[in-house]
Design a protein around this ligand. Structure first.
Ligand code: FES
Length: 166
């Protein structure tokens, strides 16, 4: 049953991507939409899977090496799967002065992963960033699109536990 659901979901995503590519191919200079296509693929699949990169290359008639070059150039694109919750801990100057290192260490201990890694249960990915533009309420971290401010180690543990329960 689960396999059938996964197959249906996989087919739905692939069809959505193919429709998007077909739409792009009907426009002027379709190659210039490569980044938009990669965005679409990442939104559908969470990251840029190798087989999907090949699918895009074939459908758009663009060399895989070109696509690979674009995907690795932009930090936005993920080439590895990410967790359900992506945590960006700010290590900018203001946050650092206010204790970002303690926040990072608490996250490392709680999640048992380091920067750039994802927990085995695929719930959390831990990443660093430089200044989220919220220096006045530092130290901060962003979980998906939500900013958590004036963090303390205790607050971080509560936040993580809340996401685990969600
Ligand atoms: S340095 Fe962290 S928000 Fe600016």
């Amino acid at each position: 049953m689960a396999d059938a659901v996964n197959r249906d979901e996989e087919e739905r995503r692939l069809n959505e991507l193919k429709d998007f590519i077909e739409d792009v191919k009907n426009r002027e200079f379709p190659d210039s939409y490569l980044i938009a296509v990669l965005h679409k693929a990442q939104n559908l699949y969470n990251y840029l899977r190798k087989d999907i990169i090949y699918e895009i290359a074939t459908s758009m008639n663009i060399p895989v090496s070109t696509i690979w070059g674009v995907a690795t150039f932009y930090h936005y694109f993920n080439l590895e799967p990410r967790g359900k919750y992506v945590i960006f801990v700010c290590l900018g100057t203001a946050c650092y002065v206010k204790g970002a290192e303690r926040i990072l260490n608490t996250l490392r201990e709680q999640l048992k992963i380091d920067i750039g890694q994802t927990t085995d249960d695929m719930l959390f990915t831990l990443l660093e960033t430089r200044c989220l533009g919220a220096c006045g309420i530092s130290p901060v971290m962003m979980v998906n699109n939500k900013v958590h401010s004036q963090l303390t180690p205790k607050k971080v543990i509560e936040i993580i536990n809340n996401y685990r329960k969600a």
